[in-house]
Design a protein around this ligand. Structure first.
Ligand SMILES: [Zn+2]
Length: 148
């Protein structure tokens, strides 16, 4: 197992992990998963505020204080997606035990709490991740300019 487990919920087959020193916390699956499988049904506090670990539920509301989904890592070609109507985390790929779970932040968020550079390595990597309804900020424009 490549990551150090820092917390565990006995009722769940997910756990919070620390993928590497450079990034924050992540979430990994404890057991192997199949494409299409529902990995988790989530709950949390729903309201209008955007925070670092909140996720957008609808046009005006965001869910915070979730057990796992607020800690999912971003990837431009993710292995999971969030169903914000059913409040489910769904596998997009078959995955072995210990796999770090990822979602595409731009798929759920109109605006990110903080835009960031991406180095996920996917062919379609955006290189700078924003919400789906916002342009790159000044830092992002400079970052993208520096890459071209
Ligand atoms: Zn990327």
């Amino acid at each position: 197992m490549r990551s150090e487990a820092v917390a565990r919920s006995p009722a769940e087959t997910l756990r919070i992990c620390r993928p590497d020193d450079a990034r924050g916390l992540g979430v990994e699956t404890i057991v192997a998963r199949s494409r299409g499988e529902v990995l988790h049904v989530f709950t949390g506090e729903i309201g209008p505020e955007i925070s670092q670990h909140s996720l957008q539920v609808d046009e005006t509301n965001h869910i915070a204080d979730t057990e796992f989904i607020g800690y999912l890592s971003h990837a431009c070609a993710p292995n999971c997606r969030l169903d914000m109507r059913a409040f489910q985390l769904v596998a997009l790929k078959d995955m072995p035990a210990g796999e770090l779970l990822t979602i595409d932040y731009a798929a759920t968020e109109d605006r990110l709490f903080r835009q960031f550079a991406c180095h996920c390595g996917a062919p379609q990597c955006r290189r700078w991740v924003t919400g789906r309804a916002e342009p790159p900020n000044v830092e992002g424009q400079a970052h993208l300019k520096g890459l071209s």
